[in-house]
Design a protein around this ligand. Structure first.
Ligand SMILES: Nc1ncnc2c1ncn2[C@@H]1O[C@H](COP(=O)(O)OP(=O)(O)O)[C@@H](O)[C@H]1O
Ligand SMILES: [Mg+2]
Length: 356
């Protein structure tokens, strides 16, 4: 186990720079998710950490030592890929011990190490089975067990669940989180799925276009996105974004929408009268009835999910989404009024995109 520190990291392919100076410190034992849209540089960053790809500039330290010049084996890092690549003709025990055998360890030592890790991962009853006789989750545990027996400094995962169907993906996600809680090996997990990042990680790093947009605990990113990119990226369905102008007021901040409607905002913003802003309203923070800042409109779409009802409505040309609790009997075409607590309205400066 080890810390991973990245300083001033840049990567160019030919003349094209794709990572523009990334700084990131990952603590020993931490689980960090790198998340961002396709092409933002997640896999490249991970490959540079692993040693599969050289950095153009900057430093990678593992456990305090600069590793830029080291090959992947010397860095002692375990990559976990989508496809677990277990040997089908070998038992669980032999699969788990395979790398140790290659490194020349004696049978007795291999057996002891495999038994110890198998107990940790609750695989001890399955050691004589072949991969074909295991469930998907058990196979994943064997693949991780095979890596753990080598005592890697860190685990790197590159979208290991993206080829699985939705149900198996959720099951495997829990499996990976449970494993990390047991073994506490430093883990860096790449995904484009913000739910996967939020549910798994101690801290989430949001990347876009080769830059870090924000680093934080999942709840910090949700409660206080530092810019419009993070605000739009975290949360499903995504935040409603409404253009507005700050209006003068003696009774606390207020903003006017394009339709003339004025909304009260929470007290903790740095705003000036006339400032162009974007208001961010999470669909799940809207509730039926006028309470707080009130938003009247006409329903265009009703999507029941069972526990909740997703309602799309039109507010004078602005399309809004509300996630309402319960299975509600609402009809497209009818009027609706929802409210939001002004303290839950996010405010961003329109020009800079930064939280105001
Ligand atoms: N070997 C390569 N040669 C040239 N460009 C590359 C190479 N690998 C990745 N890129 C480019 O670098 C950017 C980041 O890619 P990647 O790290 O794979 O993104 P992600 O994993 O976030 O989808 C993309 O624009 C991609 O086209
Ligand atoms: Mg990738």
């Amino acid at each position: 186990m080890a810390s991973v520190e990245i300083t001033g990291l840049r990567k160019a392919f030919g003349a094209v720079e794709v990572i523009h100076g990334v700084d990131l410190n990952i603590e020993d034992g931490e689980f960090v998710a790198l998340v961002g849209p396709s092409g933002c540089g997640k896999s490249t960053l991970l490959r540079i950490i692993s040693g599969l790809e050289p950095a153009t500039d900057g430093e990678i330290r593992i456990d305090g030592r600069v590793v830029n010049h080291m090959n992947p084996r010397e860095r002692n890092i375990a990559m976990v890929f989508q496809n677990y690549a277990l040997y089908p003709h070998m038992t669980v025990a032999r699969n788990m011990g395979f790398n140790l055998k290659l490194s020349g360890l004696r049978r007795k030592e291999i057996d002891a190490k495999v038994a110890e890790v198998a107990r940790l991962l609750e695989l001890d009853k399955l050691l004589d089975r072949k991969p074909g006789q295991l469930s998907g989750g058990q196979r994943q545990r064997v693949a991780m067990g095979r890596a753990i027996v080598r005592d890697p400094a860190a685990f790197l995962f590159d979208e290991p669940l993206s080829n699985l169907d939705a149900k198996l993906r959720v099951q495997m996600r829990s499996e990976i989180k449970t494993l990390h809680q047991r073994v506490r090996t430093t883990s860096i997990y790449v995904t484009h799925d913000q739910i996967e990042a939020m549910t798994l990680a101690d801290r989430v790093v949001i990347l876009s276009g080769g830059n870090i947009e924000q680093v934080g605990r999942p709840i910090e990113l949700y409660d206080r996105p530092r810019n419009l990119f993070v605000a739009g990226f975290i949360g499903t369905p995504s935040m409603n974004m409404i253009d507005a102008t700050v209006v003068p007021s003696d009774t606390g901040p207020m903003a006017q929408l394009a339709n003339g409607q004025v909304l009260r905002l929470g007290p903790d913003h740095r705003l000036q009268a006339g400032q162009a802003v974007v208001l961010g309203l999470r669909p799940e923070h809207l509730a039926l009835g006028p309470g707080g800042a009130s938003l009247p409109g006409r329903i265009t779409l009703v999507e029941p999910t069972g526990a909740q009802t997703h309602v799309t409505f039109d507010m004078d040309g602005i399309s809004m989404m509300a996630v309402l609790e319960g299975g509600l009997d609402l009809q497209a075409g009818s009027a609706i009024e929802v409210g939001i607590d002004p303290d839950r309205i996010h405010v961003f400066d329109k020009a800079s995109g930064m939280r105001a």
